[in-house]
Design a protein around this ligand. Structure first.
Ligand SMILES: NC(=O)c1ccc[n+]([C@@H]2O[C@H](COP(=O)([O-])OP(=O)(O)OC[C@H]3O[C@@H](n4cnc5c(N)ncnc54)[C@H](O)[C@@H]3O)[C@@H](O)[C@H]2O)c1
Length: 371
């Protein structure tokens, strides 16, 4: 799939929409990037946009409440969507329909159904919509993947995620805080490590007696992946002592050896041969911004194109369904139900027509042409 490239003189002109913690981090990251210029900040709350603008130190930075209006006013080339998940679909759809490429925060949208609508909107407009799944951008993760590729068939990829943060705010009150707000990172990293999509999942969610969260803050999920490997996520958000890194602690077990990665330093392998060198993907959102701007300039294919990202959210929805229903859930069932929901709720006739023409959801997401 190719999107139009942008060959303007000077850096790419970007508007950030959503001026919370992540929007401010995006503003700083754009300011530090050679081929990007921050030209405006939009937020429904004027005070949030003003505070974020003050932090940038850019005098007279354009502000607004609507990303498309602000992009038109400033002549922006693209939009970075750092709003809350419930606003992702509306904000990104409006930008794509206005002819603007979008780099969006994870999760792609509030539901897989909305994610499918966004994939179809990107196809309809021909504009790039890339989801920033920031934890993919870590040199050691890429090294671990490269080393794993030399060890034959993979049996299991397992990650332990144990932390004890006291966030306060929405995470303390929401249902499934660990699965909905955090585990998508490790689910997406497992897809990256294995180069494989999920087939089914069995998941248990629970809340330890001492938990300070209202919803279940711990979970264990076993995914069957395409190709036969298993991916096991074992985590808790109320687990003080010997905490893991934010990336989690990984064991990649294959036919001819094992790779261990603590989520921060260099990975280790047994047998202990030299780890092949890898290109540095950049770190976290700076890495995804670099990939987005390269895609807009040169037409290179980014890892996070919406089609390639939706399956990470499908893993989250399948895991929460499995936990609440007490049974194994097939990813295809989640995709089919989401597809029906997307067709039933789509308001844009052209976007609806794109979805109706898909041979199957899996084929559409893997961007296969109809047979
Ligand atoms: N990559 C990571 O590690 C990471 C970390 C934290 C958050 N996130 C993601 O970043 C996104 C934002 O998270 P946050 O913590 O900054 O949230 P936040 O609640 O601090 O900020 C969101 C902002 O968006 C604004 N907003 C909401 N709807 C809007 C709309 N329709 N138009 C314009 N502005 C709107 C709100 O007023 C608010 O200022 C979420 O998708 C979250 O999952 C990613």
């Amino acid at each position: 799939m190719t999107s139009p490239t942008i060959d303007t003189e000077g850096p790419l002109r970007l508007v950030v929409v959503g001026a919370g913690g992540m929007g401010r981090a995006w503003a700083r990251t754009i300011q530090a990037h050679d081929d990007a210029e921050l030209v405006g900040i939009a937020d429904l709350a004027p005070a949030a946009a003003e505070a974020a603008a003050a932090e940038t130190g850019i005098r007279g930075l354009a502000l607004g409440s609507d990303a498309v209006e602000l992009a038109r006013r400033t002549g922006a080339d693209a939009v970075v969507n750092a709003t809350i998940p419930e606003a992702h679909h509306q904000v990104t759809t409006a930008a794509l329909l206005a002819g603007l490429p979008v780099l969006g925060e994870k999760p792609v949208a509030a539901s897989v159904a909305e994610g499918l609508s966004l994939a179809a909107a990107a196809e309809h407009t021909g504009q790039l919509f890339m989801v920033s799944q920031s934890r993919r951008y870590h040199r050691s993760l890429h090294q671990a993947k490269r080393r794993l590729e030399t060890l034959g068939a993979v049996g299991v990829v397992a990650v332990d995620f144990f932390k004890a943060p006291h966030f306060g705010g929405f995470r303390d009150e929401m249902a499934s805080p660990l699965l909905l707000d955090m585990a998508i990172h490790q689910f997406d990293m497992a897809r990256f490590l294995l180069d494989a999509d999920p087939v089914s999942v069995s998941c248990e969610e629970y809340n330890p007696a001492w938990s300070w969260y209202t919803g279940d803050a711990a979970a264990t999920a076993v995914f069957a992946m395409e190709g036969g490997a298993r991916f096991v996520f074992n985590g808790s958000w109320c687990s003080p002592g010997f905490e893991t890194s934010w990336n989690g602690s990984w064991r990649l077990s294959a036919e001819r050896g094992t790779v261990l990665w603590d989520g921060e330093g260099e990975p280790g392998a047994d047998p202990d041969e030299a780890v092949p060198t890898v290109d540095d993907p950049g770190r976290e959102i700076a890495g995804s911004l670099r990939e987005f701007t390269a895609a807009l300039r040169h037409g290179s294919e980014p890892m996070g194109r919406v089609h390639a990202n939706v399956m990470s959210l499908a893993m989250v929805e399948a895991a929460t369904q499995s936990a609440s229903q007490g049974r194994r859930v097939a990813i295809d069932d989640v995709l089919e139900r989401s597809y029906d929901a997307a067709l039933a709720t789509e308001r844009n006739a052209e976007v609806l027509a794109v979805m109706k023409a898909w041979p199957s959801v899996r084929d559409a997401l893997s961007q296969k042409e109809p047979q």
